[in-house]
Design a protein around this ligand. Structure first.
Ligand SMILES: Nc1nc2c(ncn2[C@@H]2O[C@H](COP(=O)(O)OP(=O)(O)O)[C@@H](O)[C@H]2O)c(=O)[nH]1
Ligand SMILES: [Mg+2]
Length: 314
């Protein structure tokens, strides 16, 4: 799902102000002035709220990966409730708008002015009642827009391994992905995506947050984002082991994690990667493993070619 096109969402005050400004321009001088203003205000507010709801993809039709990622990053229930709240307000605005407009159309003079004032108050207060919902949607939008636009139909390799072993550095080295690299664990707060183009085809390279060898129930939301990808997108896996002793995660812990993932995803095409090979190694390079150094660039092209061969056979 590509969330980047999600349009900006105004907050309740901005929305009210804009609609009031537009309604103020509706001057006819005729006796139906109040009715025209009321109808402009309610139509405008209802249409804007309706567009906010419509611009979000239907949550029930999300790909299971996107559904998990949305849930882990902003909360699916809260998102659903906020959209529901805004849709409630849209219906309220239509109902109230229709009622005040037709009453004002039949009224004259002071009575019409009174109805206009009352209607304005009621309509704007409906929008203000969902101010928190709108605020939530504004925040959600800025989080969602940063999520990776994974295409489930395009070949995918996930860089997996314990925290701080050099996954993000390798994603940067072999793909267009630009995940943050830091000298401490858990810098990767969410999955992120890069691409490799080979033979006129695209391969997606997913950077996943570090995983620890522990039961799912103890895994945090950041780890769960990586698992959602492994679970729902059936990627090839490039498993990175760091035997330099600098990651902060002992080799046995990394190997236990590797065994867990292999057992969990026995069908996944698998690349064994030994990272930080420029540093002294605590264990010999296993059979079939690729030795790479992201900092010195050694083995990086071999890794890229191995990924291509694994995902674009023939
Ligand atoms: N010496 C050396 N350090 C590396 C290498 N790759 C990554 N690092 C360092 O290891 C730390 C963690 O790297 P990062 O790519 O963020 O690891 P991640 O947490 O697995 O994504 C950073 O300080 C990197 O500079 C490498 O090939 N050699
Ligand atoms: Mg990382």
């Amino acid at each position: 799902m590509d969330w980047r096109p999600l349009p900006e969402i105004l907050d309740a005050e901005q929305l009210v102000e804009r609609a009031l400004h537009r309604a103020a321009k509706k001057r006819s001088g005729a006796s139906d002035n109040a009715a025209r203003k009321l109808s402009s205000l309610s139509d405008n507010l209802a249409a804007t709220l309706g567009a906010i709801v419509d611009d979000f993809p239907s949550l029930d039709q999300l790909h299971p990966f996107d559904r998990d990622i949305v849930d882990l990053s902003v909360g699916l229930d809260e998102l659903r409730q906020s959209l529901g709240g805004v849709d409630w307000a849209r219906k309220q605005l239509q109902k109230l708008g229709g009622r005040f407009t037709s009453q004002a159309a039949r009224a004259r003079g002071e009575r019409a002015r009174q109805l206009q004032k009352q209607g304005y108050g009621r309509l704007t207060s409906v929008v203000r009642q969902v101010a928190d919902r709108l605020e939530f949607l504004r925040d959600a939008r800025s989080v969602l827009r940063k999520l990776p636009a994974v295409d489930p139909e395009t070949p995918l390799v996930a860089m997996a391994g314990a925290p701080n072993v050099g996954k993000s550095s390798l994603v940067r080295a072999i793909s267009t992905g630009r995940p943050v690299v830091r000298e401490y664990p858990f810098t990767t707060k969410s999955v992120s995506l890069g691409h490799i183009t080979a033979r006129y085809q695209k391969i997606q390279v997913l950077d996943t947050p570090g995983l620890l060898d522990r039961p799912d129930a103890e895994r945090n939301n950041i780890e769960k984002q990586g698992l959602a990808a492994l679970e729902h997108l059936a990627p090839a896996i490039a498993f990175v082991t760091d035997a330099s002793g600098t990651s902060g995660y002992p080799l046995e812990v990394q190997q236990a994690l590797r065994a867990e993932l292999r057992a969990r995803y026995p069908q996944a095409p698998w690349l064994e990667v030994r990272g930080k090979f420029d540093l002294e190694q605590e264990a010999p390079l296993g059979e079939g493993a690729l030795a790479v150094s992201a900092t010195e660039g050694t083995g990086v092209d071999e890794l890229k070619q191995a990924v291509i061969a694994m995902l674009l056979p023939g």
